[in-house]
Ligand binder design. Structure first.
Ligand SMILES: Cc1cc2nc3c(=O)[nH]c(=O)nc-3n(C[C@H](O)[C@H](O)[C@H](O)COP(=O)(O)OP(=O)(O)OC[C@H]3O[C@@H](n4cnc5c(N)ncnc54)[C@H](O)[C@@H]3O)c2cc1C
Length: 390
């Protein structure tokens, strides 16, 4: 197993505090997370203790209000923290991003009572969240979801199946989108469901190509009863809440993709400068130098794109188009860069002795989650040409 190559990023951060924060995270990531990543991914082990450590260190609620236990950090800082975590291990970076996504509904749409009651434990009290939108028969067409919530006195009773849920079966709380009314997007409502709710059962985790340490599971809601106090937002507002969460979540995926790509580039540079062929380091050969230059250029362009979207968000401006562009561009480049990193390492790149094969398998999922890259193109095109005519 190779030691991780030195990290090559020069960051532009807004304050001294944020520079110290990102440096602290890089230290935790490279010291506590990266050294165990390969072995634990191979074993399919979820590092719950790392999430406890992140929670204790105030790193699970960074972009949220400090009045409720968050870190008050702008998105441009939070995303660079995610990038550092994902560079060390995608299971952790993506896990933090999904946790943030799961907190979005209560933080953005909950009543004051709901925020006061739930957020401190969610943002800094050690709880881990999950976000439940997808179902077996509704992925890209999320508005056709069928999980039902039926009113019964002061309660709601949830019945149905959610699919592909990151942290499914191990989360302490689930943000669940369920149908309470008409077909389509206007009949959907958001609920906050405790992980130990009666009637909530997780299937065995999916056997995935990568990110094996991150459990992804179907969840069965068999008459799960929650009080109306756990309905988040208005009845019928759930799909708008889900989409607003995804705009921000997509930036998290973009940042994770840059972390994975940067880790692959660091490995490729480290290997190419050490490996000799024809009596010289292979990094001397223009064929490889140009590959490394292209990898680095794509990464910097992707980082600039996600940061531009984040800064718009931080200024309270619309950023949905830029978030879709960042998700699309960063995850596609992460796929190309990790494939190229395997190529730079030659035969060794194709083995588990080096991390690049794992990074290549991990990059693939980022083109699929939180809206496939086909769906991102649809979102971007709608901003350009308006809605499709049929
Ligand atoms: C590891 C992992 C973790 C996940 N975590 C979560 C989670 O925590 N919570 C959650 O809710 N979901 C989660 N998902 C689900 C993920 O968001 C969906 O897989 C994704 O939205 C695609 O849905 P689908 O798999 O049903 O594919 P489908 O929607 O069936 O799409 C299949 C193919 O058709 C293409 N396609 C579909 N419609 C169109 C169109 N109109 N135009 C062009 N192409 C189209 C898609 O791009 C794709 O290539 C996760 C998935 C994975 C793999």
């Amino acid at each position: 197993m190779s030691d991780r190559a030195p990290y090559l990023v020069e960051r532009r951060l807004p304050t001294e505090e944020s520079r110290e924060l990102v440096a602290l995270v890089r230290d935790i990531a490279q010291r506590e997370i990266a050294p165990r990543a390969a072995q634990e991914e191979e074993a399919g082990r979820f590092p719950r203790e790392v999430f406890s450590l992140l929670s204790e260190s105030g790193l699970l609620g960074l972009p949220y209000d400090s009045a409720y236990g968050g870190g008050d950090q702008p998105y441009e800082v939070y995303l660079q923290v995610l990038e550092e975590l994902a560079a060390a291990r995608l299971t952790v970076g993506l896990g933090v991003s999904v946790h943030s996504l799961a907190c979005h509904a209560v933080a953005g749409y909950g009543t004051k009572e709901q925020r006061t009651e739930h957020l401190p434990a969610m943002l800094g009290g050690g709880l881990l969240g999950a976000y439940c939108l997808s179902e077996p028969a509704s992925g890209s067409d999320a508005a056709s979801l069928r999980t039902k919530a039926v009113r019964d006195g002061d309660d709601w009773v949830l019945t149905g199946t959610k699919a592909w849920i990151t942290h499914g079966g191990i989360a302490d709380f689930y943000t669940v989108l369920a149908r309470t009314g008409v077909e389509g997007p206007r009949g959907i409502t958001a609920f906050l469901v405790p992980g130990d709710a009666e009637g909530l059962n997780a299937a065995a985790p999916e056997k995935k190509m990568g990110m094996k340490g991150s459990p992804t599971a179907q969840l069965n809601f068999d008459g799960v009863r929650v009080g109306d106090a756990r309905r988040i937002g208005e009845e019928g507002q759930g799909f708008a809440i889900a989409l607003s969460a995804l705009d921000s979540g997509r930036l998290g995926i973009a940042a994770c993709a840059i972390g994975v790509a940067q880790a692959a580039l660091s490995e490729a540079v480290g290997y190419a400068t050490g490996r000799q062929q024809f009596g010289r380091p292979i990094a001397d050969f223009q064929g490889l130098r140009f590959m490394l230059a292209d990898m680095a250029t794509q990464i910097e362009a992707g980082r600039a794109l996600y940061l531009e979207a984040a800064r718009l968000r931080d200024e309270g401006k619309p950023f949905s188009r830029q978030a879709a562009m960042a998700k699309l561009f960063c995850t596609d480049l992460a796929m190309r860069v990790t494939v190229d990193a395997v190529q730079v390492l030659g035969g060794y790149g194709y083995t588990q002795d080096f991390p690049v094969e794992r990074l290549m398998r991990e990059a693939k999922v980022l083109q699929i989650v939180e809206g496939t890259n086909q769906i991102q193109r649809m979102v971007i095109a709608r901003h350009l040409a308006g809605p499709e005519t049929r």
